[in-house]
Design a protein around this ligand. Structure first.
Ligand SMILES: Cc1ncc(COP(=O)(O)O)c(C=O)c1O
Length: 340
């Protein structure tokens, strides 16, 4: 089983696995979970997900530990976030029980694709909720499909835990001040593509968004949250348009555990100069430390003291979180679900 794929060199991309699971809400209730090996969906051409963006998704991971057990990280937090996302855009959303059952089943059925521990790779889990009922006027669908597929992904840092450079975005917004930035819906990602495209074309790993109203404060960092380290403080933006990252929540807990002060507040762009370390955090990488941040609005470059190497705090936090995910450290907070 462990020779199935070249695990350590897998990209962060889609790869077919054996099964996905689906469930349909119609006539006032969720139906039974169904298992299929089809990668396709048959849907009405007037489905609301296609026209009006009635679509929410999640992203979480399963890891195989040294003990051979499979651990899924923070299913319930993802369940809550999908419910918040779905309800905000008026979709029928699976409750925690259905969400957890679907994910456990999808992982169990595709067990052979959970990479071996030593590869550092993991199984990415993608729950998706879409309006599949037909509608022509702008209104919520009368039918929804909840689906979970999984795909193995390689270790994020193939050549070591190294910082990346990012560029500040000043001419487009990912999310409006009172818009949908705080939920995980497809429209935010469509709106983020122009800035990401500019960043990639200019040789940056990703872009750093500022608050859409005043362009004064740090907001989201690509498809991840921003945090900075200042003295003994872990500082992260307090903004309605930032997605409440489950990784960030976990890192804040671990930072507080280490005796650090956790500050959630507005972060003026210029404060970048005062951080000893900064990073972006999310399920894909846990932490991707930042090296340099370029602001095309002022032509300023903020460079972290050692922009070629991850800082100490980033490294300690990264190792602590990975240890819980792989079962090398105790699961003090009940973050892990084991699949037997
Ligand atoms: C816009 C955005 N912000 C932050 C995150 C990080 O969230 P999480 O830690 O729950 O993966 C993600 C997803 O990974 C995201 O898409």
């Amino acid at each position: 089983m462990s020779n199935l794929l070249d695990w350590a060199n897998l990209p962060f991309g889609y790869m077919r696995t054996d099964y996905n699971v689906r469930c349909i809400w119609k006539d006032g209730a969720w139906g039974k979970l169904e298992v299929t090996s089809s990668e396709y969906l048959m849907m009405h051409m007037a489905a609301t997900c296609l026209h009006y963006g009635q679509e929410a998704f999640e992203g979480l991971k399963a890891f195989r530990g040294r003990d051979g057990k499979i651990r899924i990280f923070r299913i319930r937090a993802n369940a809550r976030r999908m419910k918040t996302s779905g309800e905000y855009i008026k979709m029928k959303s699976p409750d925690e029980e259905l969400f957890v059952e679907a994910i456990r089943l999808a992982v169990k059925l595709n067990e052979r694709f959970v990479p071996p521990c030593e590869s550092g790779a993991s199984l990415y889990i993608r729950p998706l909720l879409i309006g599949t009922g037909a509608q022509v006027g702008v209104s919520p669908a009368q039918e929804y499909t909840f689906l979970v597929f999984v795909t193995p992904v390689g270790p994020y840092f193939k050549s070591g835990f190294k910082p990346v450079d990012v560029i500040i975005t000043r001419d487009t917004d990912r999310a409006a001040p009172l818009g949908t930035g705080h939920i995980k819906v497809g429209g935010n990602y469509a709106a983020s593509l122009p800035a990401l495209d500019v960043a990639h074309h200019q040789g940056y790993a990703t872009c750093l968004y500022l608050d859409a109203r005043e362009k004064k404060y740090i907001d989201e960092c690509g498809p991840a949250n921003f945090f900075g380290i200042k003295g003994n403080s872990y500082v992260t933006p307090d903004s309605h348009s930032v997605l409440p990252s489950i990784t960030n929540d976990s890192l804040m807990t671990l930072a507080a555990d280490m005796g650090m002060k956790v500050e959630r507040r507005h972060i003026p762009v210029e404060e970048l100069a005062d951080f000893s370390e900064a990073g972006q955090c999310g399920t894909a990488a846990v932490i991707s430390p930042l090296g340099k941040v370029f602001d095309p609005g002022t032509n300023k470059v903020y460079e972290f003291p050692d922009s070629r190497k991850a800082g100490n705090v980033c490294e300690v936090l990264y190792n602590k979180l990975r240890a819980i995910q792989f079962g090398d450290a105790p699961d003090t907070y009940g973050w892990v679900d084991i699949i037997d």
